[in-house]
Ligand binder design. Structure first.
Ligand SMILES: Cc1cc2nc3c(=O)[nH]c(=O)nc-3n(C[C@H](O)[C@H](O)[C@H](O)COP(=O)(O)OP(=O)(O)OC[C@H]3O[C@@H](n4cnc5c(N)ncnc54)[C@H](O)[C@@H]3O)c2cc1C
Length: 290
């Protein structure tokens, strides 16, 4: 047993001061659903826990006048999927937030924690990438913004330096005729780690017969969640239909670099990447047309 200090800062500045003072031994807690488990198993050497749930900037959920969305890093998943405006405008976010763990986990767990834990199989990261979300980071040297697709650097590792914290995730306003969706494959229905997951965000032309642009991301098939830019680019300017969608799904599957482990084989994961990407594009198209 080892005592761990607990800090409940009232502002980002105060949190950054504490984090900078303790270096790598200070950890931010957003929901604690990963952190507490890791601390209990001795997987992390923690001297101070800095609670983000006491920081207003990290707990606010706000739809801006211009249609963009601000999600504080520690906002729990349940608050996100219970918000009617988010349901209407960002349904892919609801797909992810509503299947991370069960209700108890969702009442604590945040998208910020899911991202900062930086698991290759995290269920929100492909959606954040597809939606073009940005990380708002604060640290001893001030603030910076990083696109989510550049945030994770290796399993469990990311761009955050000692003393830095994720304050919020920001999402651009969805364009007209836009749709997005997320799906994952797990071998059973409840609470398991994804064998593969995928998200797509697409924009259709005014006639709803051609793809104008698309962003596609796949998880659990590489050391970090993958933004497959070329799969989205392959859809741009193409007519809606099985051929264009199949081609984008093929490109995403080829970009995957899966491993074989107890959850699935390389071949199964590559196959799943193709199937899931096809499904999320089709669902995103349905949503764009609705
Ligand atoms: C029973 C159970 C089921 C689960 N099911 C799923 C699932 O289906 N899908 C899935 O993806 N995950 C799942 N998880 C894992 C976990 O719940 C998620 O990853 C969750 O989103 C983590 O969020 P959190 O707010 O609890 O993070 P925390 O535990 O608070 O933090 C996670 C990590 O990120 C760091 N961190 C947190 N916030 C910040 C911040 N603001 N700035 C800097 N660093 C920060 C912490 O120091 C820690 O290293 C499950 C966990 C459990 C226990």
């Amino acid at each position: 047993m080892r005592a761990i200090e607990y800090a409940a800062p009232a502002s980002v500045d105060e949190a950054v001061r504490i984090l900078a003072q303790h270096g790598a031994q200070a950890r931010v807690l957003s929901g604690g659903t990963d952190l507490i488990v890791q601390a209990r198993e001795g997987r992390r050497d923690i001297a101070v826990i800095v609670d983000a749930k006491t920081i207003p900037e990290a707990t606010e959920l706000r739809l801006e006048q211009d249609g963009s969305l601000y999600v504080g890093a520690a906002v729990p998943c349940a608050e996100i999927y219970e918000n009617a405006e988010v349901q209407r405008r960002f349904p892919a976010l609801i797909d992810s937030a509503s299947l991370i763990g069960g209700i108890q986990i969702q009442s604590r767990a945040s998208l910020g924690g899911n991202l900062c834990n930086s698991s290759p199989a995290a269920d929100s990261i492909p959606t954040l990438i597809a939606l073009g979300a940005a990380c708002q980071i604060a640290g001893p040297n001030g603030r910076r913004t990083v696109p989510v697709e550049e945030f994770c650097t290796a399993p469990g590792r990311n761009q955050l330096q000692d003393g830095e914290m994720l304050v919020a995730l920001t999402f651009p306003a969805p364009e007209r005729n836009a749709g997005a969706a997320f799906e994952r494959f797990i071998p059973r229905n409840e609470m398991d780690i994804a064998v593969c997951n995928a998200a797509a965000a697409i924009v259709l032309d005014g006639d709803a017969r051609t793809f104008r642009s698309a962003r596609i991301a796949v998880g659990a098939v590489a050391p970090t969640p993958l933004f497959v830019r070329e799969a989205g680019d392959a859809l741009a300017g193409q007519p809606l239909g099985p051929e264009s969608i199949e081609r984008a799904a093929d490109i995403a599957a080829q970009a995957a670099r899966p491993i074989t482990d107890m959850r699935g084989s390389t071949a199964q994961r590559r196959h799943l990447a193709k199937v899931l990407v096809r499904r999320v594009i089709e669902k995103a198209v349905e949503r764009a047309r609705a």
